[in-house]
Write a protein that binds this ligand. Structure first.
Ligand code: ATP
Length: 366
């Protein structure tokens, strides 16, 4: 069992509040990803869990036992760093076995575990090499192996894939997740890459300016972002944000972008929005919320017309840049469905799924 609990954990560096009152419960075997832009405090939070950074206030517990005051080496956690942190003068086998040697494990037992971990990570043929004679991907495998071999209660990953090229990153993220699931080890993984967060996490913690913005499964965060920051940070291509004013006629509520462009909200969302007392909103639209309206399907209720500004072909689908209100946004279409320069094509907006945010606070409205 390894359940990790953070209670009102804070870190201040002088006057800088790097991490503000973070509460988090990581279940046994769970893979949690801390994600956010540079400087949001994710590395500081991870380092506090590892014991490499003192906490200013709050408490960190493992299986209900406080770790405050416990030295890093006594926390039963293994950390994998972005820069691998290998010993350059030692071979791969010596790097892998080093932590066990420090714990006075018998040499034959160390050799057995080195072979086992090297097998898991396909490092068998490199055991005698020094780190400088390895590729970046192989070095990262050794770094991973050094964490695995200790069989710790918790894995901590600090942007472990940032130094690898894009293709290797995709392969390694699958491999890390497969290994972690097979071992069932509780893990906290830091990245600034939202795709890594979406594809690897059981649950994501989105941080900004040291504060938790939202905690949830990847789909919860994608489909129900708590605010416009989370909405635009998670998702690729990113969500577009557009200001709109609200027009109300009886029960009917429309989003107004310009004289020719209005979207009527479905009755349930209109009713919920009326209770919020706002007269303007910020709309969050993902490309898949906008589709080309074909012939008789074209309902003007939740549609708008625009010239086609640009088309990006992605192979399986295309992104059409279209004008809505004062902005150019992306709509997902079938390849070849629209051409650059097409005039006044009609698009349909999924008014059930578009996001509505408060114009000042950015908080999700309904
Ligand atoms: P990045 O992705 O760029 O590594 P991050 O989200 O991991 O960013 P942190 O490194 O945790 O962010 O830093 C959070 C904040 O704390 C930043 O404003 C940073 O400048 C500040 N900070 C971090 N370490 C120190 C330190 N030792 N002394 C002073 N300020 C620090």
């Amino acid at each position: 069992m390894a359940r990790l609990t953070l209670r009102a954990v804070e870190k201040r560096f002088g006057t800088v509040a790097a991490v503000k009152a973070v509460d988090l419960e990581v279940a046994d075997g769970e893979f949690i990803v801390l994600v956010g832009p540079s400087g949001c405090g994710k590395s500081t939070l991870l380092r506090m869990i590892a014991g490499l950074e003192e906490i200013t206030s709050g408490e960190i517990l493992l299986d209900g036992r406080s770790l405050n005051g416990t030295a890093p080496r006594d926390r039963d956690m293994a950390m994998v760093f972005q820069d691998y942190a290998l010993y350059p003068h030692m071979s791969v086998a010596e790097n892998l076995g080093f932590a066990l040697k420090m714990r006075d494990m018998p040499a034959d037992e160390i050799a057995r575990r080195v072979r086992e971990v090297a097998g898991m990570l396909e490092l068998d043929n490199y055991l005698e090499r020094k780190p400088r004679a390895l590729s970046g991907g192989q070095r990262q495998r050794v770094a991973l192996g050094r964490a695995l071999i200790r069989d710790p209660a918790v894995f901590l990953f600090d942007e472990p894939l940032s130094n690898l090229d894009a293709k290797l990153r995709v392969g390694m993220r699958i491999e890390i997740r497969k290994l972690q699931m097979a071992l069932g080890t509780t893990s906290v993984y830091v990245t600034h890459d939202q795709i890594e967060a979406m594809t690897m996490a059981d649950r994501i913690v989105v941080l900004r300016h040291g504060e938790v913005q939202q905690i949830g499964t990847p789909m919860e965060i994608y489909e129900r972002p708590a605010n416009s920051f989370v909405g635009t940070f998670i998702g690729s291509p990113p969500m577009s944000l557009l200001p709109a004013s609200l027009s109300q006629e009886g029960e009917r509520v429309s989003l107004v972008f310009g004289p020719e462009q209005q979207i009527v909200l479905p009755p349930e969302r209109a009713a919920a929005l009326r209770n919020t007392n706002v007269d303007r909103v910020e709309i969050g639209l993902r490309p898949e919320h906008i589709s080309l309206a074909e012939g008789a399907d074209a309902s003007r209720e939740a549609g708008f017309a625009s010239d086609i500004v640009l088309v990006e072909d992605h192979g399986a689908d295309s992104m059409a840049m279209v004008n809505l209100g004062s902005q150019t946004i992306m709509a997902r279409t079938k390849p070849g469905a629209v051409q650059v320069g097409d005039r006044q094509r009609t698009f349909q907006v999924d008014a059930d799924r578009l996001h509505l945010f408060h114009p000042e606070t950015g908080a999700a409205l309904v």
